[in-house]
Design a protein around this ligand. Structure first.
Ligand code: FE
Length: 213
């Protein structure tokens, strides 16, 4: 079996928010799908059993999903993906609000609130079967996990390194974004100094389509 064939299953990236023992919990997941749409939309979330968020969802029975946009600050992914909620108050590090008792990010492509109706333990993960009890729009287009791997993971790792070394949340610097596909330039060379024939590594469009944010 060629396990790499499974890499071609597409995913998004989602920040899950829940509560445990009176405090906010959260993590990043990619394994989140809509299963049915009527009479009530249902979704399935697969969450790592060892994570605090897994215990939080079991305790609370509800969670939010902030659907990550293509222009997400890489630190947000690092903050929720590279450390445990047992060691850090992840939500305190990022702009967020409380929606009917559960945390959501200030900015996301869209937001959902899910209520667990059933779950099944898999080898390493729990599959939570849920009803969507609320949903609202944010801004931007959803980030695709494969594009994160190709275009943003390095920036997330660097943001996390800076955070661990300094003990401070990194301030987001200006960034250059491909206006066609949303790729965020994260190379070593300052964007302005790149050769004029530079092309977006994701969609192949020229340097001129990049916009400073
Ligand atoms: Fe592009």
């Amino acid at each position: 079996m060629d396990n790499k064939a499974l890499y071609k299953i597409s995913y998004g990236l989602y920040v899950v928010g829940s509560r445990i023992d009176g405090k906010n919990a959260g993590c990043v997941v990619d394994a989140f799908i809509q299963a049915t749409s009527s009479p009530v939309p249902t979704v399935i979330l697969c969450s790592i059993q060892a994570n605090e968020t897994n215990a939080a969802i079991k305790q609370t029975g509800e969670f939010t999903v902030s659907i990550q946009p293509t222009d997400v600050d890489p630190f947000i992914i690092a903050n929720f993906g590279f450390q445990s909620g047992r060691d850090a108050d992840k939500w305190a590090n990022v702009p967020h609000k409380i929606a009917d008792g559960l945390p959501v990010l200030e900015k996301a492509a869209a937001f959902l609130r899910c209520k667990v109706t059933d779950f099944k333990e898999l080898s390493t993960h729990t599959a939570f079967f849920c009803e969507v009890v609320d949903a609202w729009q944010g801004e931007g287009e959803p980030l695709i996990y494969g594009d994160y791997q190709k275009g943003m993971k390095t920036a997330a790792q660097e943001a996390f390194k800076s955070y661990k070394e300094s003990g401070k949340v990194p301030v987001k610097a200006e960034k250059w974004v491909c206006s066609v596909c949303g790729y965020v330039y994260d190379g070593e060379i300052p964007f302005e100094q790149l050769p004029e024939d530079y092309k977006c590594p994701i969609c192949g469009q020229p340097k001129s389509v990049f916009e400073k944010q």
